[in-house]
Design a protein around this ligand. Sequence first.
Ligand code: ATP
Ligand code: MG
Ligand code: MG
Length: 587
Amino acid sequence: EAAKPSNFLRTIIERDVAAGTYDQRPYGGTPGDAAHHAAGPTDPARVRLRFPPEPNGYLHVGHAKSICLNFGLARDFGGVCHLRFDDTNPEKEDQEYVDAIEEMVKWLGWDWNAFGTSHLYFASDYFDFMYRAAEHLIERGLAYVDEQSADEMRANRGDFNTPGKDSPYRARTPSENLARFREMRDGVHADGSMVLRAKIDMASPNINLRDPAIYRIRRATHHNTGDKWCIYPMYTYAHPIEDALERITHSICTLEFEDQRPFYDWLLERLAEGGLLSHPLPKQYEFGRLNLSYVITSKRKLKQLVDEGHVSGWDDPRMPTLAGMRRRGYTPSAIRKMADDSGASKTNIWLDYSVLDIAQRDDLDPQVPRAMAVIDPLPLKLTNWKDVFGSADHREPCQAPVHPHHPERGVRQFSLGPTLWIERDDFAEVPAKGFFRLFPGNKVRLKYGVVVECTGCEKDASGQITAVTATVVPDTKSGTPGADAIKVKGVITWVAAHEAVATELRLFDRLFTEPQPDAGGRDYLSVLNPNSKRVVQGYIEPSLADVPAETRVQFERHGYFITDRMDHRANQPVINRITGLKDGWSK
Ligand code: ATP
Ligand code: MG
Ligand code: MG
């Protein structure tokens, strides 16, 4: 791999490595965090990053950016990247999502095992520590139980121009707060009736420091802790603690968390003062989100597409989920390349979807075998076959390279017969200017086969063309002496009817008709592309008759395709189009 271009995160990590910022971290446990550190890191990594998805949906292409950034930096600095499930929100989370996320991180080519240890973690494993830390804050007068309604709290928070107002509950003593908080934990109070808040500054210019809520009451069964808890930590409280317990060095997140950073630091400093955590503490750094045109990257919105049946599932090949992209045939290496090339910056970036398609083609072109397929089939009848070859049953063997630039990969065998399948649009009764393919009186080459001269077509009662007729021009077989004596301007692909394999072809287009489907709060369902999936019956050459699912191929003139990982059967092929040969819509 080529040297990675630098970016501000790389620079920060280089600086910390050079300064030895994290060299003095004690290993083997910190007082009070038995939950994790019993099995905690004992390895020598001085750079420790994490990818922290919430298991409330499937990973999408934006997550791929974050995964590649974190795992890539960890690899480049000889460190570790944790896969941590940020599972503090029980009502939306599910084991199904945990499993799917693990599978897709691995599929993308990353590994959370390092220095002989698995670095797979669950935030919910730290609930005991988080609870203890909350009591600690209460005891030090740094947190209080607030019984205002959600509306009152919102109103009293103030806004950018107005300082907030203190809650009437803010002056409670630590012992009152402790008793109340324990009642919250013990299920004495109703969901939503009160919250625990950090006690910081209701007049702070940063609204996130106006006594943020850190615990809420929610009677919900958790996928990991079951019914053990009826109070759950808020994300802003949980996340810094997760990082600190795992001894993360650089906590990389997206820009929308920038305003949370002061609270991140406030919380960890307070817990370190209290001896619950130890220095050096993790630091948060923000980078811009990756957005892709014609795609939405919000788990909630993607879930709506699934739940309402606008797509066939999370792994629908049109979905920008990694599961969908895998099924579509996109390669992990091309996704990684797109993520790498997009760097890391301090602004959210919009990539055009073509960038991903170009990366796919660049990745697939040198690798995948070639084959011929007919997507919109029309019969071509060679009416002088018997005269030229002596028998209607004669089959004329042909061959073509598996890959044009890799002769060592050998040849594909197939044959010509008297009836072939060709593309409907390779014939025109009346040719437009510049049309060099089949029209009456014109000669074209059947790729890897012979030259034929078009004589006309057959039609049904309604005038629809049902077959094209042509005659073989003798002694023009590709690869034989004199084959090129007749010059033709058109070369067409074909599959012989006697050996063609009937195939379902699924042709995908963008899921949305607008480059920014959800911009400005638009109802993205209103810009769903009604033609984003077309299913046709076509034919493929016999070299593909028995290939397994997830086999990629380039169909000459058509683009890159993959046998569907779910629905493909060797005797009943189902093939997805990954992308065309050139940029642009459809073909
Ligand atoms: P969504 O809004 O789709 O639910 P999220 O950010 O809430 O995404 P998480 O599961 O919390 O989902 O994301 C895990 C990590 O992936 C976070 O660190 C988040 O910042 C990062 N991430 C999510 N979307 C993007 C994106 N479009 N570009 C870069 N990083 C992203
Ligand atoms: Mg999130
Ligand atoms: Mg989100």
